[in-house]
Design a binder for this molecule. Structure first.
Ligand code: XMP
Length: 507
């Protein structure tokens, strides 16, 4: 994609960086993320945003910016958190390092009513996440906002450069969207972003990359791979869609997936590989090793099924890329290895044999794209389900018995959410297994059985999550049914952990 007139977001490694891209697109403009090594690709952008990041500007390996180049672009520049500290240094100011992190809400009190702070409240909440602070202000800058203690949290330099200490891209910054909109209004000729145009570009890009090669596309029935399969069909490339039943699926899921694809007129080949996965997982309790085993077998199964395929298509999304951090576009630290980022995929990627057409889209955008292709709403609104399936909801060893228990608990919980009209209000929900046996009484007998954890969250693209305040009566109904109907469970827990620090899945 050409960078002319787009908003170039430079990645300094904050976990929120991709959200900046997302917000800019929500405001209707084309944005793309660039790693520092790829700055040469940025030619005539319409605006530049320097993201936040985990480093201190005083670290020996602190990421830098070619300031002369940045100025020569002559477009509006916004430094966010680390980005602002870097701009401060470049303008001759100093930054003070600290071991103490300011993490959480703060008040933003703008000192001006124009530019970045047009149409803003006199005071609003913003989200801070930083250790370093600006110490000595550069001479040629003005303070345009402070916090409630009078500390400068936003600077402006004369040459259309701005800095903000907080993160406007997270929803906890209540007027963050207005600030970004104001910033973008300073730019000229920004290219618009809309999903219809994006689809046309995606299809042209797929055609160009694939040519007449044979593509294998793994489908799971989830939103991402379904949208990908339909997109490949629309691109009229030579594709075989493989659906692997890995034995880690939910109750009746395999049958439903086959039925849904039939209804959409997309041909899929089902491969029954449950035994292969479960045998390979036997005795393994380490979460990362489990993920690698699953990822590698996935690929083995694909290539076994379609020996002569030249390319692999994956429904990887932006958030997957961030969390595995194995993509050159992201500097965020590794949280866990997603199954579609295992070494073999990376090797294939290096050989130019992987296409990931959705890798720059967020979940909601993929849903929007799916809707433009006529995919059923029910499928598009399905909660995300992880590639490694129930394995990540079964801490420790994965066995058939444990999976069966999870399936039964999950079906009851999801059924209850649907019945009470709460399924669509949750971003993701499931039941998992806590492999700890506790004592209980069932009938007149002592029981010694596992516990299940129910999880229901709302989220912004899985990067942060809040647990849902489900009605007690709904929880009571789900719990009673699970305790009565699922053998092997005598305790039901509702997970009230936010992400961070917890993650959505248990592994
Ligand atoms: P966590 O547990 O990291 O999950 O908060 C974030 C989101 O990603 C999903 N997830 C995965 N999806 N392959 C996937 O396709 C994976 O390996 C994987 N691991 C987690 C998870 O369900 C949640 O929506």
């Amino acid at each position: 994609m050409s960078s002319k007139n787009i908003v170039a977001v430079i990645d300094y490694g904050s976990q929120y960086t991709q959200l900046i891209v997302r917000r800019v697109r929500e405001l209707g403009f084309l944005a793309e993320l660039y790693a520092l090594e790829d700055l040469h690709e940025i030619i005539e952008p319409g605006a530049v945003i320097l993201s936040g990041g985990p480093k201190s500007t005083s670290d020996a390996d602190a990421p830098d910016i070619d300031f002369e180049w940045l100025k020569s672009l002559n477009v509006p520049v916004l430094g966010v958190c680390y980005g602002m500290q870097l701009l401060t240094l470049k303008h001759g100011g100093t930054v003070r390092s600290s071991n103490k992190r300011e993490y959480g809400p703060a008040d933003l009190i703008p000192e001006v009513c124009e530019g970045l702070y047009k149409d803003m409240s006199p005071s609003s909440q913003v989200w801070m996440s930083h250790s370093d602070t600006v110490d000595v202000l550069p001479e040629n800058c003005s303070v345009i906002a402070r916090n409630s203690e009078g500390v400068p949290v936003s600077l402006q330099w004369s040459d259309r450069m701005y800095g903000i200490q907080f993160h406007p891209e997270v929803t906890h910054s209540h007027e963050g969207r207005t600030i970004l909109r104001n910033f973008l209004a300073l730019a000229e000729n920004l290219l618009p972003f809309n999903i219809g145009d994006f689809k046309r570009d995606l299809i042209a890009d797929i055609k160009a990359k694939v040519g007449d090669r044979q593509v294998v596309c793994g489908v799971s029935g989830g939103v991402d791979s379904t949208v990908l399969a339909v997109l490949l069909k629309e691109a009229e490339v030579n594709v075989r869609c493989i659906f692997v039943d890995n034995g880690l699926l939910r109750k009746n899921e395999a049958e439903e997936v086959v039925k849904n694809f039939e209804a959409m007129g997309v041909e899929i080949e089902k491969v029954d590989a449950a035994e292969r996965f479960l045998t390979a997982l036997a005795g393994e309790g380490d979460p990362e090793k489990k993920r690698r085993i699953i990822g590698n077998i996935f690929l083995d199964v694909f290539w076994d099924a379609v020996g002569d395929a030249d390319m692999l298509a994956q429904g990887t999304l932006y958030p997957d890329v961030i969390e595995s951090a194995s993509n050159a576009k992201s500097k965020a630290s590794v949280i866990k290895t997603h199954h579609n980022r295992v070494e073999r995929v990376l090797e294939l990627q290096a050989q130019g044999k992987v296409i990931e057409p959705l890798a720059f889209l967020f979940k909601d955008e993929v849903r929007e794209l799916g809707a433009t292709m006529g995919i059923d709403r029910e499928i598009l609104l399905r909660h995300p389900f992880p590639g490694p399936g129930l394995a990540v909801r079964c801490p420790g060893e994965v066995t058939e018995d444990r999976l069966e228990i999870i399936r039964n608990c999950d079906a009851i919980f999801i059924g209850t959410l649907r019945k009470w009209g709460w399924y669509d209000k949750c971003w993701q929900s499931y039941a998992g297994l806590i492999p700890v046996k506790t004592v209980g009484v069932k009938g007149d007998e002592r029981s010694y059985e596992w516990a299940t954890n129910l999880r229901a969250i709302v989220s912004e693209d899985a990067m942060t999550a809040e647990w849902v305040q489900l009605p007690y009566d709904l929880l009571r109904e789900a719990s009673n049914r699970i305790l009565n109907e699922v053998s092997g469970i005598n305790r039901v827990l509702y997970d009230i952990s936010t992400k961070p620090p917890a993650s959505i899945e248990w592994e």
